[in-house]
Design a protein around this ligand. Structure first.
Ligand code: M6R
Length: 616
């Protein structure tokens, strides 16, 4: 949510930041701006709309410069306008700042600063912090003992309630760039004769692969050739440099039109990468390197609590079905944002698992911290190496799905389900699951990449179905058992990128209310698999047809769907129960993608959304 790029070093600040903003645009795209030291002094350029608007406004000198800060915004305080876009500059012109997060006590700050003569151009909380730094800077002694700019930032941050990732510059110090974080990620990039700041590694991997992840309450002081980190309360911190193993082509579209499309088609590879090296030699179980829990400790777990938001929460629901069924461990699933403030009583042998693609979702991070504070063992299933959630959990499993840029999660979802299936297998084999059952599951998982490729070959057919259904304004997604979370995910995918009102329900629950919506103009997508609830699902289809509802049926090949019962059928390969949620997800992703295209929607940048939600 919002992206930050800062730069100090060689004479290319503007162009490096512009590249970085383009890579970060999926995090927020209401407006963007930069302050860059170009020629005579600092220049500020801000534009509403996409980063391309900023790019069109930049002049040659502004693409150079040795120092700058920049931002792409997802509005929290104040509407989308140039005044509210970042960077903000203090009313005395001494400080410019870009900010991610929310300053909760900004009203009090503004009142205090107004009394001291500072004025405000925007409705943002961020401008209050910018002026507060200017206020402290004004008061700091300029006797050369301490850097007054650095001190002013630190002193101001001691007064902040809320969250921040910031990058700050001061025209009096054209060789200094300062960053700080609390609750909102900030990463230092270390180059040759240059340093960068970014809210996300993907913004800087085109310049360097050496990074330092700042922790909460840390302030970094960057110069061209060196940097130092200290806490807000002035204790120095030793920097730990990480090498990011990042394929920069992941952030590029290649032959695809959209990142969502690219990521849907990458699923054979992302699934393959997530299981590589994680099966036992006897082919009957999975294992994970980073759990930090030995088999004895895992056998003492009485309950697992999964925490997540959005699509990742749907993965947790799948995990609930799989772990209860194959490992016989009771599972609970909570929205992270609810758990955090609910004070739920938990048994001491509960393992808490947070699932998050980005590893930066503030609600999930807050819930994880709350669980840790109460003394629970925590694990993270996470796609972003080095993310805050990955670093703060006691152990974890990386998804290795590759970076996901499309705001609508696709490959991260199927990879999360696959990791949960492997976890169910591993925990099951530590308990009652037999060797033979384990072998069957491993074989089913290994077949996944090829089976996903088969489904992807139906892209044109699914596009044709989507074309027929794109005109409707309402849609239900219905499925039983393991297909219920996939129905929820189908509804979320469709609504977030095509703005069609869509709801997911357990198919049988339809009769308890949603059936009232069924009519010629409200189609249903049924997710039907073979097994004990197959005939019940067909009965639910009949109930919809009896009320003139149109039906798209996504089914496994071994389902015998009576001729003429449904309007459209999309088949996925016959498979083991444990992988059905993965295979059945692919058609709903393609369907949503093509419906959104048909309606002329921007699938990678849907309105009001941002990829990673780092504010509460
Ligand atoms: O990065 P996370 O997995 O923690 O993100 C959680 C949700 O914000 C995310 O899944 C969101 O619901 C997606 N836009 C869904 O496509």
């Amino acid at each position: 949510m919002c992206g930050i790029v800062g730069y100090i070093g060689l004479d290319r600040a503007g162009s490096v930041m512009l590249d970085g903003l383009k890579r970060l645009e999926y995090r927020g795209y209401d407006s963007s701006g930069m302050v860059v030291s170009a020629g005579k002094g600092f220049e500020q350029i801000k534009r509403t709309g996409r980063v391309v608007k900023l790019e069109e406004s930049l002049k040659e000198p502004q693409l150079g410069g040795n120092l700058g800060i920049s931002h792409t915004r997802w509005a929290t305080h104040g509407d989308v306008s140039e005044a509210n876009a970042h960077p903000h500059t203090s009313s005395d012109g001494k400080i410019s700042l870009v900010h991610n997060g929310v300053i909760e006590n900004y009203n009090g700050m503004k009142d205090f600063l107004a009394g001291k003569g500072y004025t405000f151009q925007s409705e943002t909380d961020s401008e209050a912090l910018c002026n507060l730094i200017a206020y402290h800077y004004d008061k700091e002694p300029k006797d050369g003992k301490k850097n007054p700019f650095h001190e002013a930032v630190r002193k101001s941050l001691r007064h902040v309630e809320g969250t921040y990732g910031i990058a700050v510059v001061c025209p009096d110090f054209p060789e200094d760039l300062i960053g700080a974080r609390k609750g909102s990620p900030l990463i230092v990039g270390i180059g040759k004769g240059e340093h960068l700041l970014a809210s996300d590694v993907s913004a800087i991997t085109h310049c360097t692969q050496n990074v330092v992840y700042l922790d909460d309450n840390e302030v970094v002081h960057l110069k061209k050739d060196n940097f130092s980190i200290s806490t807000v309360s002035s204790k120095s911190v030793e920097a730990v440099i990480h090498k990011v193993d990042w394929d920069t082509s992941e952030a590029e579209l290649g032959d695809y039109d959209h990142f969502m499309q690219k990521e849907i088609f990458e699923q054979p590879t992302s699934l393959e990468n997530g299981m590589r090296g994680r099966f036992s030699d006897d082919g009957s179980t999975a294992f994970f390197g980073g759990l930090n829990l030995n088999p004895q400790e895992l056998c003492q777990i009485d309950r697992i609590l999964f925490l997540a938001c959005g699509t990742a929460w749907h993965s947790c629901l799948v995990a609930e079905y799989l772990i209860e069924r194959f490992a016989r461990i009771p599972v609970e699933v909570e929205y992270a944002s609810e758990f955090r403030y609910r004070n739920a009583p938990l048994d001491k042998n509960t393992l808490v698992v947070a699932i998050s693609q980005s590893g930066e979702t503030i609600d999930t991070l807050g819930a994880l911290r709350e669980a840790k504070r109460k003394g629970f063992r925590t694990l993270a299933i996470n796609n972003s190496v080095g993310s805050t959630i990955a670093r703060e959990s006691d152990g974890g499993i990386y998804q290795h799905a590759g970076s996901e840029i499309g705001v609508a999660s696709t490959k991260a979802f199927t990879s999360q389900i696959m990791i949960c299936a492997m976890l169910a297998l591993y925990l099951g084999r530590l308990r009652d699951l037999s060797y033979g059952d384990g072998v069957q599951i491993v074989n089913a998982l290994k077949k996944l990449p090829e089976q996903v490729k088969e489904i992807l070959k139906q892209n044109d057919k699914i596009a044709a179905v989507a074309k027929k259904f794109a005109k409707y304004e309402d849609c239900l997604f219905l499925g039983r058992q393991l297909m219920f979370p996939i129905a929820l995910e189908g509804a979320l995918k469709l609504k977030e990128i095509s703005y069609i009102h869509a709801e997911g329900y357990p198919a049988a629950e339809m009769k308890h209310g949603p059936i009232a919506l069924i009519c010629e103009d409200c189609p249903s997508v049924f997710l039907v698999t073979s097994g004990e609830t197959f005939s019940k699902s067909l009965a639910n289809v009949q109930e919809v047809k009896a009320r003139k509802g149109k039906v798209i049926c996504i089914a496994t090949e071994d389902c015998d769907i009576p001729d003429g019962l449904v309007d459209e059928t999309i088949l996925v390969p016959e498979c083991h129960e444990i992988v059905k949620p993965i295979l059945m997800s692919i058609p709903i992703q393609l369907f949503s993608y093509h419906v959104a295209l048909e309606r002329g929607c921007d699938v990678d940048k849907p309105r009001n959304l941002a990829k990673s939600v780092t504010v509460e």
